[in-house]
Design a protein around this ligand. Structure first.
Ligand SMILES: C[S@@+](CC[C@H](N)C(=O)[O-])C[C@H]1O[C@@H](n2cnc3c(N)ncnc32)[C@H](O)[C@@H]1O
Length: 225
């Protein structure tokens, strides 16, 4: 068999080593606890799909969520509950924004592999952050007592209205979905904002909008059940 490696070529460096070095450098340069958290995840949990969770489209949708939250519900929260919170990116971005005063964030997800990664990402806020493994349809929301519940994974759950019905009346919510029907794990996409409104059936709404990206539009509702 022909050897295609040229003798002068340096050995390929592992992708994770490079990403780890780079994110640690970026964290040192910027002083950002969030970027230090990403480096920590790459170093300790190389199997985590953090590049996908923190890609520019995911980041844009969460910057949008954070900004609209600030503008429409203000900066102060005693206890935020994020369901379907994956690796805890939104939690880290909320902690990272100095305009907010947040007592505590609990990020829950049905996938038992993600809590450990979310803890690694949010290491700098470990006194105010907890990641738990739970099915959002099985949680006792009254006893959790969150003053804001966030679900940016509405496209991933079978029955949005049935889930919202579990929350105590008057609970403030921020919801995101999208029209990215071609992604197989997206089982509840909506074609437009009005369809999302109908799917959610919120008792009151303070914000509703869409954010166009190259392949799909993300929709967001902020209001109360
Ligand atoms: C791909 S991720 C998040 C995508 C989303 N657009 C975002 O970044 O906010 C969707 C998450 O929802 C979680 N999930 C799906 N069904 C759930 C359920 N019934 N309870 C809790 N988490 C759930 C999955 O495990 C996954 O981590």
């Amino acid at each position: 068999m022909m050897n295609t490696t040229r003798p002068s070529e340096p050995p390929a460096k592992d992708w994770h080593d490079t990403a780890f070095d780079l994110t640690r450098g970026l964290a040192a340069y910027t002083g950002s606890p969030l970027i230090a958290g990403i480096a920590n995840v790459i170093g300790k949990h190389p199997q985590a799909d953090i590049g996908n969770a923190f890609n520019h489209k995911q980041v844009a949708s969460k910057i949008w969520a954070r900004q609209m939250l600030f503008e429409h519900l203000g900066p102060a929260y005693r206890h935020i509950l994020v369901v379907g919170g994956w690796y805890g990116i939104l939690s880290a971005m909320l902690f990272d924004d100095e305009r907010f005063e947040i007592g505590r964030i609990v990020s829950s997800d049905i996938d038992p592999d993600v809590a450990i990664v979310a803890h690694a990402l949010n290491r700098a806020s470990s006194d105010r952050f907890e990641a738990i493994t739970a099915d959002m349809y099985e949680m006792d929301y009254a006893s959790l007592g969150a003053d804001l519940v966030i679900n940016t994974s509405c496209e991933h759950i079978a029955d949005l209205k049935a889930w919202l019905a579990l929350l105590p009346g008057g609970t403030r919510v921020l919801l995101q979905s999208n029209d990215y029907f071609s992604e197989p794990t997206h089982i509840s996409c909506v074609p437009d904002l009005d369809a999302f409104r109908a799917q959610a059936g919120l008792a009151s709404e303070v914000f509703g909008g869409g954010l166009k990206t190259k392949n799909y539009t993300r929709f967001m509702l902020i209001g109360s059940v």
